[in-house]
Design a protein around this ligand. Structure first.
Ligand SMILES: Cc1cc2nc3c(=O)[nH]c(=O)nc-3n(C[C@H](O)[C@H](O)[C@H](O)COP(=O)(O)OP(=O)(O)OC[C@H]3O[C@@H](n4cnc5c(N)ncnc54)[C@H](O)[C@@H]3O)c2cc1C
Length: 420
């Protein structure tokens, strides 16, 4: 890229998914209108039809509340009041319950809420506009002189990045944030490799309506091909995340309506009465990938651009929102001291904060998937004894709940509900 840019911004965020938009809002809220933030995403001029819903844990909900977007989605958010885990074969008549979670981290604060991705993204876009974030419907195509996979020594001052956008004039940025998802072009162009593997599994996602109330209960049935999760949505509806081996997932997805419904019903059961498929179906390949570095010269990675994990514990987006909270706090603290938000010292602080936690969560979801997605009777006995033990030890269970809610460890301020 040779051409010089006329526009200059403090932070350019490539990717307007939940992670990119939340970061834009956090930065403008913390630093005000004199700190310029632009979000570039080719999908910004059309509303995405994402069939997914996400379990937003307590810490992530506190972040959204502090950013002023929770109120806009609260009426559509379904608290998860309890959760049951079963471990059985598809043909078993009864699915014994091995683990139950009563879900509050503090009085009146459920450990998670189910929120549909579409309305959450719409609320973030509205808040970003209100705060004066510039939203550009264009993709990041290229940029100049990144140093592969590592930041410069702290004392080095480097020039702005010149960033080329598709169909627009280039922009100069002090910091470019890669929030462009699992197949991040920015990460690739920065020369940052990923480590990990595909599981050979895909998650089928759809929404069902049912006759009876779910009572806020989430259910995760560990079937031999992988977890089948029934996650409560507002009203008599549930979001389904149904894991199968890739080939079987493709076959199921292509089935005519009636046959797909019959397969769904076999797994769902009739405990909530008759069910009807109401949402579009989608399938997502599942893998574990973590970027070898979260920063390069004037570049930071957040969200799925930095890591993709198995949806078994519903933690992918929550992990991305932890990146948002840590990067926003690092930049806001630095900018208030008059420091360059894209300097190596700032980026190194962010990387140190997030890499270990990400590796730990990636490892935990990988272990869970290996333990559960198999047909071995011995492993089944081991995990059922383990789950039964956890179920009978309240302090351990409470620790798991607080960990799953994102409230353990060196928690950034936004995740504690404190403004920057
Ligand atoms: C089946 C399933 C269920 C899940 N359930 C949960 C759950 O319950 N809880 C949870 O926490 N997580 C869950 N996750 C994970 C969660 O969905 C992802 O972690 C999250 O959506 C990632 O958000 P993101 O903003 O990082 O990336 P994305 O949502 O992928 O957004 C990336 C954006 O970048 C844009 N883009 C792409 N290329 C460019 C470019 N060159 N320039 C500019 N923009 C670009 C795209 O248009 C897109 O808008 C689940 C995932 C799956 C597959």
């Amino acid at each position: 890229m040779a051409q010089g840019a006329e526009d200059r911004v403090d932070v350019l965020i490539g990717g307007g998914g939940v992670a990119g938009l939340a970061l834009a809002v956090a930065l403008r809220q913390g630093l005000g209108p004199s700190f310029s933030v632009t979000v570039a995403d080719p999908a910004l001029d059309r509303m995405p039809a994402d069939p997914r819903a996400s379990a937003i844990v307590a810490a992530a909900r506190r972040l959204l509340a502090t950013l002023g977007v929770w109120d806009a989605i609260a009426a559509q958010a379904q608290p998860i009041l309890d959760m049951v885990v079963t471990d059985s074969r598809l043909t078993d008549a009864v699915r014994p319950v091995f683990l139950t979670f009563g879900g509050e981290v503090e009085p009146d604060e459920p450990f998670a809420h189910m929120v549909e991705n579409g309305p959450l993204q719409a609320a973030l876009i509205a808040k970003a506009r209100e705060l004066g974030v510039e939203l550009v419907a264009a993709g990041v195509a290229d940029f100049d002189h990144p140093s592969p996979a590592r930041a410069q020594p702290a004392a080095t001052t480097t020039a702005d990045l010149q960033v080329a956008l598709t169909g627009r004039s280039p922009i100069a940025a002090r910091l470019l944030v890669a929030a462009d998802g699992a197949r991040s072009r920015i990460r690739e162009r920065a020369g940052i490799a990923t480590r990990g593997w595909a599981y050979g599994q895909s998650a089928i996602v759809t929404t069902v309506a049912h006759e009876r109330d779910h009572g806020g209960r989430a259910q995760e049935h560990f079937l031999p091909a992988g977890p089948f999760a029934i996650l409560p949505l507002k009203g008599r509806r549930s979001s389904i995340v149904w894991t199968e081996h890739d080939r079987e997932a493709a076959r199921l997805l292509a089935l005519p309506e009636r046959e797909f419904h019959a397969e769904l019903e076999r797994r769902f059961g009739l405990h909530l009465g008759e069910i009807a498929d109401v949402g579009p179906r989608g399938a997502y390949p599942i893998g574990l990938w973590v970027a070898r570095a979260f920063v390069a010269e004037r570049i930071a990675l957040i969200g799925d651009a930095a890591h993709v994990i198995h949806p078994i514990a519903g933690q992918g987006l929550n992990l991305g929102l932890k990146d948002v909270a840590a990067l926003a706090e690092t930049i806001v603290d630095a900018a208030r001291l008059g420091l360059d938000p894209g300097s190596a010292a700032v980026l190194e602080r962010y990387q140190r904060w997030r890499r270990f936690d990400t590796m730990a969560m990636g490892g935990a979801t990988d272990a869970l998937n290996r333990l559960f997605s198999n047909r071995s009777d011995i492993l089944r006995l081991v995990r059922d004894v383990g789950l039964g033990l956890v179920d009978r030890l309240p302090p351990l269970k409470q620790l798991f709940i607080r960990e799953a809610a994102g409230l353990v460890g060196d928690v950034p301020r936004l995740l504690k509900g404190e403004a920057l």
